[in-house]
Design a protein around this ligand. Structure first.
Ligand code: IMP
Ligand code: MG
Length: 177
């Protein structure tokens, strides 16, 4: 489907305003402390790039990747790390950056893995949150927007690896899924 046929949920301007606010909040909360922005590939890459430039702190980047055997309609609950962190997280202020918090399985799994590294602080950041879909009782410390149970693409988020490069966040109609 062409991007122009997909309804816009958040425009690039709305996203930019909210990301700026999130960056200000994080900057205030960690004043004077270094942070590590830990992005979950690939969906969080564009969000992390913009958020990082709204955070005025001594910051470094790291990335990890997971594969899950769940899709939108079916949840097996299995999450597996396919790329681990490059740096040690021990005694660091870690901001785990996710595109979207859906069932919560990914974030619950990653929080458990990261806490075993004994960071100084672990905070979770999700641009989007779909609370209606939650299976695990997790919440993010910083949320951009809460959304309904809709499948969205753009601004890093994909469907079968497509649409990540759309500048706005758009809704993929149910019959496509
Ligand atoms: P969770 O483990 O179910 O919370 O899923 C988290 C991951 O599923 C996200 O990081 C996304 O990669 C993917 N995901 C969930 N909902 C959507 C969506 O609406 N659009 C694109 N990806 C999604
Ligand atoms: Mg993802």
């Amino acid at each position: 489907m062409s991007e122009l046929e997909l309804k816009v949920l958040f425009t690039r301007e709305q996203i930019a305003r909210r990301v700026a606010e999130m960056g200000e909040q994080i900057t205030r909360d960690f004043t004077g402390q270094p942070v590590i922005l830990l992005g979950v590939l690939k969906g969080a890459s564009i969000f992390l790039s913009d958020l990082a430039r709204a955070i005025h702190l001594d910051a470094t980047f790291d990335f990890l990747a997971v594969s899950s055997y769940n899709n939108h309609s079916q949840t097996s609950g299995e999450v597996r790390l396919t790329k681990d962190v490059d740096e040690s997280m021990e005694d660091r202020n870690v901001l785990l950056v996710e595109d979207i918090l859906d069932t919560g399985l990914t974030m619950a799994y990653l929080s458990k893995v990261l806490l075993a590294h004994q960071p100084r602080a672990l905070r979770t950041v999700a641009l989007l949150d779909k609370p209606a879909r939650r299976v695990k009782p997790v919440r993010a410390d910083y949320v951009g927007f809460e959304i309904l149970d809709q499948f969205v693409v753009g601004y890093g988020m994909d469907h079968a690896e497509r649409y990540r490069n759309l500048p706005d966040i758009r809704i993929l109609p149910k019959h496509i899924l």
